[in-house]
Design a protein around this ligand. Structure first.
Ligand code: GLY
Ligand code: MN
Ligand code: MN
Length: 450
């Protein structure tokens, strides 16, 4: 499936609409360039910078763009390629084809950028960062370049998705659902984490999704308690939990899903109890998601549910209020509940200007403190982890130790962790869950036992 319509036209119109009708000046963005590994000629696959892709639909290196605010004219600047480019990198697109594909109001070569800007005589040039500002000032010392406001303005556009963007996210999520299911069906003790990565990546790539949205996490046993584990190299043993957190992009739009299950297809008593704790937190939060709700309230609600589950299983003790007050939840759930999802996995817009992080263990890593609105897309990803680096010092700290059952916790130092992560579109009255991969214990066991 390919979207033939120009999503970027809608995005540019949205951006134009945030400026006064008679606003002077231009917006300038520089697209991405090919990146190389350190000083070598090893080339990373090109992936456009997200703001540029959002506003142009161009996923090719070495472009620039200018939006003239007063005339609402969109100028695209294509690289002027030498013949050698065709030898090493492929055919040079004729201008007619570029114009047809990207539909700028005006198409130029990149070496015309200075002439075009000089002709426009902008009173101000809005750009994203200092590097681009310096590039412009090197072109013409007299340009008045402003880097303070454009990031926020584009971010404001990007955090509420258009219908086209939601459709792209749905495609990405659908393939991701299938890939996760394929992985869940494939796992067996004795496989290596990279075997599971191969199953998962194969499924994405045979569906034409070639770009991973982030470094996939394929973690068996105690590696599942390493939040950003990417080694993916160890053997998965009988009795291990296995945590997969992976997703690919469709036309620049990401999916980000986690599942955790027993490698041998059958939860042990401890695994089931702790898994159910994380799952109850996920299910309850999803029920509560709707416009107007605050992610920090959901985060704290999830923390209470997790503490209750741990208490029921005899791992912590005391009242839930006391456990919350002493931040005991952060020992087991040390990351944020979720984040915006879009062209970036940790998508932009979580913190509007003036809103700060909450300085409290665990919740300090929450990536969204913006009131949820229809058209926003978020992940919800509660977790329960047994991380010796957090638990050992807590067991030695009398203020915390009184709430912890040391005997039981010490036996779980190699347990690993559980994260269950779904992707949600906020709708008028709740949410649409894009993730459809088994997560109830009985459903997982049914799939895994064939
Ligand atoms: N995989 C990164 C995250 O879940 O946020
Ligand atoms: Mn996530
Ligand atoms: Mn994830």
């Amino acid at each position: 499936m390919r979207f033939e319509n120009m999503s970027s036209k809608l995005h540019r119109d949205k951006l134009f609409s945030l400026f006064e009708e008679d606003q002077e000046g231009v917006i300038y963005l520089r697209g991405g360039e090919i990146m190389y590994r350190y000083g070598t000629d090893y080339e990373f696959p090109f992936r456009q910078e997200s703001n540029f892709w959002y506003l142009t639909d161009v996923n090719e290196p070495d472009y620039h763009m200018v939006m003239d605010l007063k005339s609402k004219t969109y100028h695209l600047f294509a690289p002027k390629r030498e013949a050698a480019y065709a030898v090493w990198h492929g055919r040079i697109k004729p201008n007619g084809e570029i114009k047809e594909e990207y539909q700028p109001d005006k198409l130029h070569y990149d070496n015309d950028l200075l002439t075009v800007l000089n002709d426009l005589k902008p009173s101000v040039i809005y750009c994203l960062n200092e590097e681009q500002a310096e590039f412009l000032e090197d072109l013409n010392r007299n340009f008045n370049v402003e880097t303070e406001s454009l990031t926020d303005t584009i971010t404001y556009c990007r955090c509420i998705k258009t219908d086209d963007e939601l459709d792209k996210l749905r495609v990405s999520a659908k393939v991701n659902n299938e890939a996760h299911l394929a992985a869940m069906k494939a796992i067996k003790p004795g496989m290596y984490e990279y075997d599971m990565k191969a199953v998962f990546d194969f499924h994405q790539q045979k569906n034409g999704l070639l770009q991973d949205a982030y470094s996939g996490i394929h973690a068996g046993g105690k590696n599942s308690a390493i939040l950003h584990y990417t080694e993916n190299s160890k053997e998965i043993k009988d009795g291990d939990l296995y945590l997969i957190d992976s997703g690919y992009e469709y036309e620049g739009y990401a999916s980000d899903v986690s599942r955790t299950y027993p490698a041998n297809g059958k939860f042990t008593g401890d695994q089931a109890a702790i898994y159910q704790t994380a799952l109850t937190a996920l299910n309850k939060v999803i029920e509560a998601v709707k416009p107007g709700i605050k992610m920090e309230d959901l985060h704290l609600a999830a923390a209470r549910i997790i503490l209750q589950g741990l208490k029921d299983h005899g791992l912590v003790k005391g009242s839930i209020d006391d456990l919350m007050e002493k931040n005991i939840f952060a020992l087991f759930f040390p990351h944020g509940l979720g984040h915006f999802l879009g062209m970036d996995t940790h998508d932009v817009g979580g913190y509007p200007k003036g809103v700060e992080r909450i300085e409290r263990p665990g919740i300090q890593f929450l990536r969204v403190r913006r009131e949820l609105q229809p058209g926003m897309v978020i992940t919800i990803e509660p977790g329960v982890y047994f991380i010796p680096a957090l638990l050992k010092p807590a067991l030695e700290d009398p203020e915390k130790a009184e709430f912890l059952n040391a005997d039981k916790l010490e036996k779980l130092f190699n347990f690993g962790g559980i994260r269950i992560e779904d992707n949600l579109i906020i709708t008028e009255d709740g949410c649409e869950n894009l993730t459809d991969v088994p997560k109830e214990i009985k459903d997982i066991e049914k799939v895994m036992q064939g």
